[in-house]
Design a protein around this ligand. Structure first.
Ligand code: DC
Length: 227
């Protein structure tokens, strides 16, 4: 019997709230790989800009910020649902970068070419070490086009809004479904229509529609593809 090795670099892309993080984390655990959610970096830059009251329309200033940002990702220090600690300076911003204010502004920041260049270079350097599940919007198309396995995880807008809603409620935050749906639609529009690295599946990506699948079924399907 021939022994197969699983793909070493796995690119996992898809729209907001399609379940990429849950899938990516489970895959990484199952394979003993690093889980790297690249959205964290765009969120962290957005959070720093907002916390310094910077003008988000100032592309040059935001690009400089992204080039110098020190974003630290550490093992989780608390068992509150986090998969890691995100630290900026000496502040734990793990949940701050998931706030609705960051949600509403991150697409503007992530559309800037200079910001994307600075962050995707760092992501590529980490990805090329291998044994990694890298999650984002442009991993299979731009960051790691040579990835061994590319997955594009999709789900309907309504299902994704429902998942985001349930997530917020579970964290004890206020959430209004109609409002979340509207924001998911707007973020999809911005992520897919931007000039640089728009959200789209790579030509050689396996597209999985998770609408009628639960998280366990999606993981099982991808582990099957890894064989
Ligand atoms: O996956 P997320 O919701 O945490 O991503 C936050 C934002 O960052 C989202 O608007 C898209 C953007 N993003 C991106 O443009 N490229 C990536 N590789 C990851 C995220």
């Amino acid at each position: 019997m021939t022994k197969t090795t699983p793909p070493s670099t796995i690119a996992l892309d898809g729209p907001a709230a399609s379940g990429k993080s849950t899938l990516g984390q489970s895959l990484a655990n199952a394979l003993g790989y690093l889980f790297f959610d690249t959205g964290i970096m765009y969120r962290a830059v957005t959070w720093i800009a907002l916390s310094r009251d910077m003008d988000l329309r100032d592309e040059d200033m935001i690009t400089q910020l992204a080039q110098g940002a020190q974003i630290d990702i550490r093992p989780p220090s608390q068992t509150d649902g986090r998969s890691c600690d995100i630290v900026i300076g000496d502040k734990d911003v793990t949940w701050d970068i998931r706030s609705s204010e960051v949600d509403a502004n991150v697409s503007v920041v992530s559309a800037y070419a200079g910001v994307r260049k600075a962050l995707s270079e760092q992501q590529r350097r980490i990805g090329l070490r291998g044994k990694v599940v890298m999650v984002g919007r442009d991993i299979g198309t731009v960051v790691l086009p040579e990835a061994d396995l590319k997955i594009y995880l999709d789900a309907s807008t309504e299902e994704r809004a429902k998942r985001r809603h349930d997530e917020l409620i579970a964290r004890g935050e206020q959430a209004d479904y109609a409002d979340i749906l509207e924001k998911v639609i707007e973020r999809d529009r911005l992520d897919s229509s931007r000039a640089v690295a728009p959200l789209r599946p790579a030509d050689d990506a396996v597209i999985i529609d998770s609408d009628k699948m639960d998280a366990g079924q999606v993981v099982a399907r991808v582990l099957e593809l890894c064989k």
